[in-house]
Write a protein that binds this ligand. Sequence first.
Ligand code: NAD
Ligand code: UDP
Ligand code: UDP
Length: 322
Amino acid sequence: MRYGTIKKILVTGGAGFLGSHLCERLLAQGHEVLCVDNFFTGTRRNVAHLLGEPRFELLRHDVTFPLYVEVDEIYNLACPASPVHYQFDPVQTTKTSVIGAINMLGLAKRLKAKIFQASTSEVYGDPEVHPQPEAYWGRVNPIGFRSCYDEGKRCAETLFFDYHRQHALQIKVMRIFNTYGPRMHPNDGRVVSNLVVQALKGEPITLYGDGSQTRSFCYVDDLIEGIVRLMETGPEVTGPINVGNPGEFTIRELAEIVVELTGSRSVFVHRPIPPDDPRQRRPDITQARRELGWEPRIALREGLSRTIAYFERSLSAENAIS
Ligand code: NAD
Ligand code: UDP
Ligand code: UDP
């Protein structure tokens, strides 16, 4: 698939879960891709299949340091996304979001390049408006365990909009809701990877709290399609724009579907609910429908089946090695 002008595109966090799928997609469109990653949560393995491609380049670099490269477009995805990983070194998480954004915006300003920001539904915090439209300002604890991520991402949005107003930068800010699929880190503590790995290994399935909290799960291919569509919009479209799957499930319902699809005999166990864990989350995607002509196509069961197949393959490869 090759269309339009071929561009040089920078993807920060390109060796991570979403970043690796995005690199793949941009290469398939014929573009040149510079993948920048410090390999904190991402791995070379995620992009190993792209290394032989002459239009792909991988650079180890931390976005909290300046980066001088020549590109036409920037996708800024660098930032650990799972609570376990972003709380491991919370100061570094805030630096990655805030200083990383400043550096990538400075780069975009010098190059007059269009820049995409992977923001998050976490900017809404533990919301009292449901589902969440973009106009909702959110309810975020500024001093809690999740704040390094939530406030870091909120500050990054502020920086994007100030660079847009002050320096006429073309920005594309997307608020991404929980996304899952192949290449999620098996130990990153996120609910889909945790539950699938536990079910496949026959280990107890951990429900935090009573499992009645809700999330909306978007399959990675749908999300990537939304990202690419947002980047293709005209300069008047800046976002922030919600992209996610409006199907809303309790964590217990998710666990029941995972058990059914894997045929697992795992039992459910309850663990304490982490502090500030949002009670409910569902995107209002009216804007994405209108401005991007986008809506998700892959239902939860279909996406989970593909994700389970991926984890089955990677767990059996692990067993073959050990
Ligand atoms: P991920 O952890 O798999 O990927 C993040 C990548 O960024 C990793 O490859 C990591 O090594 C890299 N990274 C971290 N700090 C860095 C730094 N200082 N310099 C350079 N690279 C760095 O997570 P993901 O799920 O692929 O998330 C990608 C982006 O999307 C993140 O910005 C995240 O906040 C955002 N997002 C993801 C979700 C989701 O459900 N997956 C939801 C909302 C927002
Ligand atoms: N920067 C970068 N690459 C560039 C240009 C800028 O990494 O090609 C970084 C640099 O660290 C700078 C930051 O982006 O401090 C913000 O740049 P800007 O031009 O907005 O402000 P400056 O700090 O240079 O006044
Ligand atoms: N969760 C759970 N068991 C797990 C991992 C997570 O019940 O093994 C819950 C968690 O408390 C939260 C939801 O699942 O309510 C989604 O958690 P995740 O870390 O995937 O993402 P986030 O909280 O950032 O949406």
